[in-house]
Ligand binder design. Structure first.
Ligand code: IMP
Ligand code: MG
Length: 177
């Protein structure tokens, strides 16, 4: 698995420190509001687990699963595969994502939740690729901005592989070309 990685972009330590920092920000903004922490499957799970450890206030955890990616290209068609369990009406929702690329996935999810009456919908993302954006999506909380490269690890996959790498790395081009 490691042989397919060109270079480590962000280490586990960097991510763990960032999760603590972002956790403190979320605590300031959400303590007393009992928000729903909504992880987007499956890419967000490793980051979400780090983040949750630093959120020592009342909240609820939920997950949604959507698909829009095949291989290394976003298809633009977003399909809800698993919906949120709780009713988003009158709730504060914090969407936890692995990465924002074109922004189409989050655009769709955010709209669905607002239409159903959520009071607020904010986004926390481990990674952000601002150069790849084709929508006006913006995350309030961003771990790391990265260039327009295809990365894997720490939850992120290439055709379902590499999610278990304990760092974010750049995939060698020969793996997908
Ligand atoms: P968007 O809708 O184009 O913003 O795509 C967001 C989703 O595409 C993320 O939740 C990821 O699952 C996936 N994705 C985007 N860029 C990458 C990448 O570099 N590596 C792995 N998955 C990615
Ligand atoms: Mg994803």
């Amino acid at each position: 698995m490691e042989h397919d990685i060109e270079k480590i972009l962000i280490t586990r330590e960097q991510i763990e420190n960032k999760a603590r920092e972002l956790g403190e920000m979320l605590k300031k903004d959400y303590e007393g509001k009992n928000p729903i922490l909504l992880g987007i499957l499956k890419g967000s799970v490793m980051f979400m687990a780090d983040l949750m450890k630093h959120l020592d206030f009342s909240l609820e955890v939920d997950f949604m699963d959507v698909s829009s990616y095949y291989g290394t290209e976003s298809t633009g068609i977003v399909k809800v595969k698993k919906d949120i369990d709780q009713d988003p009406k009158d709730r504060h929702i914090i969407i936890v994502e692995d990465i924002i690329d074109t922004g189409q996935t989050l655009y769709k999810i955010q709209n669905v939740l607002k239409e159903r009456g959520a009071i607020s919908v904010e986004i926390i993302t481990l990674l952000d690729k601002p150069e790849a954006r084709i929508t006006n999506m913006k995350a309030k909380y961003v771990g790391f901005e990265i260039p327009k490269l295809f990365v894997v690890g720490y939850g992120l996959d290439y055709n379902e592989k590499y999610r278990n790498l304990p760092y974010v790395g750049i995939l060698k081009e020969c793996v997908y070309k």
